[in-house]
Design a protein around this ligand. Structure first.
Ligand SMILES: C[S@@+](CC[C@H](N)C(=O)[O-])C[C@H]1O[C@@H](n2cnc3c(N)ncnc32)[C@H](O)[C@@H]1O
Length: 282
């Protein structure tokens, strides 16, 4: 628990909770997140669609959408800073503020982390309440256990902009592929030429015929998860929505680390099963 040194307004000290609504309307909201929403003075919302926002409005009389801050041609970074500022303005005014974000508020989401950091730095109590993210849904819908072969997650543009080490023996999950390579941060989508750059990078570690999965989990209870399988080479040429995530399954078998096996054997460890199954995951 933080020691609050922040000034109080009208005898009340502001506080902030950033909570996740989960991915699917109605079924993913956890009791603690709901309680933060219901007990807030003001609720700010960055959600996946208008229907979800209408559903949230039934839970609280003062829900303020953060969506109107987005504008074509305006830097997303500027938008996200404004989100932090509008939430913090109410915290500084002594309000109990709840920021509601779709999925998990701390997964591929800058503003909730930043708002909590700023609030704490100014002496306010601030808390993040996790939610069910696209990652959680992906494991369930695609039948992937990240513990089986390991799993790397990258923001697609970051993978292009920095030297990273891809491990094709594990799963590779790429986020925000729909706007890969947008250096301006001002666009909501990029196209085939940008995605071709990503394919060229991935082709260093994967054959072009390697099958990848384009995944979209259900955001409304009437929807089914959308799962498309295609060859890596075709990624630039298919429609890809901003809310889709790309998964590359392993392309090569796990390589035994003989030196480490020997060291463990020297410690008296002996295995009867193949080492690939050595770390049981329940
Ligand atoms: C800004 S991040 C937000 C992630 C969110 N905080 C979460 O917990 O999943 C946006 C990215 O999340 C993924 N995403 C969002 N909605 C999705 C959906 N319905 N199905 C699959 N992935 C989704 C996509 O990779 C998208 O580009």
């Amino acid at each position: 628990m933080e020691t609050s040194t922040a000034p109080s307004q009208n005898g009340r000290r502001g506080r902030l909770a950033c909570v996740g609504l989960g991915m699917t309307l109605g079924s993913h909201l956890a009791p603690l997140a709901r309680s933060h929403i219901e007990q807030a003075d003001v609720v700010f919302a960055a959600l996946s669609d208008g229907i979800v926002e209408m559903w949230l409005q039934r839970m609280h009389p003062d829900v303020r959408s953060l969506q109107p801050y987005y504008r074509e041609g305006k830097s997303r970074m500027r938008t996200y800073r404004q989100w932090v500022e509008v939430m913090m303005a109410e915290v500084r005014a002594g309000k109990t503020v709840c920021g509601v974000f779709y999925g998990h508020p701390g997964v591929f989401a800058w503003s909730p982390h930043e708002a909590i950091r700023v609030a704490r730095a100014e002496g306010y109590e601030a808390h993040m309440e996790p939610g069910i993210s696209a990652e959680d849904c992906l494991y369930a819908d695609l039948g992937i256990d990240p513990g089986r072969f390991g799993c790397q997650h990258f923001e697609a543009s970051q993978l292009l902009l920095y030297e990273r080490r891809i491990d094709p023996a594990g799963y590779l999950v790429l986020w925000q592929v729909g706007l890969v390579g947008d250096l301006s941060l001002k666009r909501f989508a990029t196209g085939a030429t940008h995605r071709q750059v990503l394919v060229d990078l991935l082709s260093r570690d994967y054959p072009l015929e390697h099958e990848l999965i384009v995944y979209r989990c259900a955001t409304l209870p009437i929807q089914r998860p959308q799962i498309r399988r295609l060859a890596l080479r075709d990624l630039p040429h298919v429609p890809l929505a901003a809310e889709e995530t790309v998964v590359l399954p392993p392309a090569i078998p796990l390589q035994p680390n003989l030196a480490m096996r020997e060291r463990l054997q020297a410690l008296g460890e002996h295995r009867e099963q193949p080492l690939e199954d050595a770390v049981p995951t329940r």
